[in-house]
Design a protein around this ligand. Structure first.
Ligand SMILES: [Zn+2]
Ligand SMILES: [Zn+2]
Length: 145
């Protein structure tokens, strides 16, 4: 699937004008599914878009998340992270290296409820914490030595 076309369609469907900068920010999010911060996206894009400012990145991400083209993830205590994957998925945060990964599994769709006991539910965030494969490996090596 052509990412650029998919992004343009997603923005258009939500009534967002697919400007060059919006497209670039969306593309950056989808190509780097590491749940980047404003700074990470800015640093990634500024060499190719010299006119881009950090404020524009921030405002664009705010608009995109308000229109639900992307999701905000409040896992990091210091920074809001952004997620281009809007399908239901859980997150995993490594307690050692801080990496945030996507976790997909069966049955997750069932958690996506709109109403519960008279409550209107807009979003659901499921977070697992533990140690990623790399860190598990490193911990094992340190204990062996
Ligand atoms: Zn780790
Ligand atoms: Zn995610």
């Amino acid at each position: 699937m052509n990412t650029k076309v998919a992004i343009k369609d997603r923005l258009k469907m939500l009534g967002i004008k697919p400007s060059l900068q919006r497209m670039a920010i969306m593309e950056c999010l989808l190509e780097h599914p590491v749940h980047p911060t404003v700074d990470m996206i800015f640093n990634q894009l500024s060499p190719t878009i010299p006119t881009l400012s950090k404020t524009t990145v921030y405002n664009t991400l705010k608009l995109l998340s308000e229109e639900r083209a992307i999701h905000t993830v409040n896992i990091d205590e210091k920074n809001v992270r952004y997620d281009g994957d809007i399908l239901p998925h859980a997150h995993f945060k490594c307690k050692s290296c801080g990496k945030i990964m996507d976790v997909h599994f069966q049955g997750l769709e069932a958690l996506k409820i709109k109403q519960l006991h008279g409550l209107q539910i807009d979003e659901c965030q499921l977070l697992y914490k533990g140690y990623c494969q790399t860190c598990q490996h490193e911990i094992k090596q340190t204990t062996n030595n």
